[in-house]
Design a protein around this ligand. Structure first.
Ligand code: GH3
Ligand code: MG
Ligand code: MG
Length: 462
């Protein structure tokens, strides 16, 4: 049989085939193309007269699938059975210009005596595949965000979700340092890519706003698309990209509100013209990422607030008992390290119960607040002044040069007790080895002695 010389379809059928939305291809049992409609011309880039008589496998099947195709064909001719016949299939196809694209097709076989002809209706499903891929990327990004507690945790997962999902091979995250120079904080590359050297170059590269891909995104606050970074005049990492085989690059600004937080970049091995649809998708995704960053910021502010609340006395806004316990341990460690003196004082309002009885509890509260305020203003910010309990306060005096200096400060505080009230104080010096509980017991003992010996005084046990 002459290639291309199979029975021509009847005129009515011919018209149906030629005006079909689908590409129509026929092949004989020898694997030669015997029919090819205008849609097939459009889909594969071969004219009908060029295609007829060519070997189908060499025309539209990517090289790596050709063996399987031939084996399938042989098997069918031997057994009359073909697992692919009559089903809807999704396969990779080859265009005349060498690019691959996904198609959906149905193959049927018509036996003509001892001959078999095969016919296929098919169409390009690139758009559908791209849409499916975009949905998958959206899911992957959402999952990466949902699994992360912080931006540090989220960013590597996001780069992977975007790169993997879109089939781009490398990526990075850039933020400015304290001088406003952009630095690569994170680099990612697909497992099958030799981009280690490119990653290293990225980490070693410092870019001023306007320079390179991240710099121009940072300066313009707009996404940027470079068709081929190895040929771009404003891409300092071009030699490293060339070596890694990376070509097209995208840079995306990530905003939290109006605050530009950083630039995400992605690279692929192919040279790619700007694709608006992909840029829209990525812009929408970076907006989602930005909202997540805002959420994390709000949460960390709330957590800081909570933890400071847990250490603050509500009535006086001084450090509370818990903050005292923690702070005292820190002061002891510091004094041990530096070899400094550390003095501790306990102060307790005199006859406070009587004050409450005379003026009422709210006025008692007010007195506590006023005392806290007055005393806080008389000590250094580094001195820890805490409400130890009820009307009892505790004070650390680090770096205090001897008993006289410590006493002077405590006396100053006592003199500032508001509303004509008095208070008593105990003073001790940490001996350099005793445990906090022992130290506090001694301070208590000093205070107790001040009370017992008439109040309105300071007793130092040294
Ligand atoms: P002393 O001179 O021996 O220290 O006598 P005092 O009355 O000050 O001491 P006491 O321990 O007998 O009584 C302490 C009082 O402090 C009893 C308690 O009702 C009052 N108090 C504790 N916490 C607060 C508070 O937060 N607000 C008010 N208004 N009073 C408090
Ligand atoms: Mg008291
Ligand atoms: Mg008391």
């Amino acid at each position: 049989m002459t290639p291309g010389g199979s029975e021509q379809a009847a005129p009515g059928i011919r018209a149906v085939i030629d005006t079909a939305h689908e590409a129509f291809i026929s092949m004989d049992g020898g694997g030669f193309i015997t029919d090819w409609n205008p849609q097939a011309e459009e889909t594969f880039g071969w004219l009908r007269e060029e295609a007829l008589g060519r070997v189908l496998a060499e025309t539209i099947i990517p090289e790596r699938f050709r063996d399987a195709h031939l084996q399938g064909l042989e098997k069918f001719l031997e057994t009359g059975k073909g697992p692919v016949l009559g089903k809807r299939l999704e396969l990779a196809a080859l265009h005349r210009d060498g690019h691959e694209f996904p198609i959906e097709l149905t193959i049927s076989s018509i036996g003509l005596g001892d001959r078999s002809d095969f016919h296929a209706f098919l169409h390009d499903i690139s758009d559908r595949k791209r849409a499916e891929r975009y949905v998958a990327v959206q899911h992957a990004v959402t999952a990466a965000l949902a699994e992360s507690e912080s931006t540090i945790e989220a960013l590597p997962r996001l780069l992977e979700a975007l790169g993997d999902g879109l089939g781009w091979q490398a990526g990075g995250w850039w933020t400015p340092d304290e001088r406003g120079t952009l630095r690569c904080r994170l680099a990612w590359c697909a497992p099958n890519v030799e981009a280690d050297a490119f990653e290293r170059t990225s980490r070693d590269t410092a870019l001023e706003p306007g320079a390179g891909l991240p710099g121009r995104v940072w300066a313009s606050r707009e996404p940027a698309w470079i068709e081929d970074v190895t040929r771009d005049l404003n891409f300092p990492r071009a030699p490293a990209a060339e070596q890694a085989g990376l070509h097209a690059g995208i840079g995306l600004p990530v905003f939290s509100g109006t605050d530009l937080r950083g630039v995400l970049e992605l690279f692929t091995r192919e040279t790619r013209h700007r694709e608006d649809e992909l840029l829209w998708l990525l812009t929408a995704l970076t907006q989602q990422i930005g909202r997540f960053f805002t959420l994390l910021d709000d949460r960390s502010t709330a957590l800081t607030k909570l933890s400071s609340l847990a250490l603050t006395d509500e009535l006086t806004a001084l450090a509370n008992r818990r903050a005292w316990d923690e702070g005292l341990e820190r002061e002891l460690a510091r004094a041990r390290r530096d070899g400094h003196q550390l003095w501790i004082s306990m102060l307790d309002l005199d006859h406070f119960k009587a004050f409450n009885d005379d003026y009422g509890h709210p006025d008692g509260d007010e007195l506590l607040r006023e005392a806290a305020l007055a005393w806080r203003g008389l000590v250094r910010v580094t001195d820890l002044l805490a409400r130890y309990g009820g009307e009892e306060f505790a004070l650390t005096l680090p770096d205090c040069d001897g008993e006289a200096a410590a006493l002077e400060i405590v006396e100053r505080l006592r003199a500032a007790t508001p509303r004509g009230q008095s208070c008593s104080a105990g003073l001790v010096r940490w001996d350099g080895k005793e445990e906090t509980s022992v130290l506090m017991r001694r301070a208590d003992e000093a205070l107790y002695r001040a009370k017992r010996t008439g109040r309105n005084r300071t007793i130092s046990l040294g």
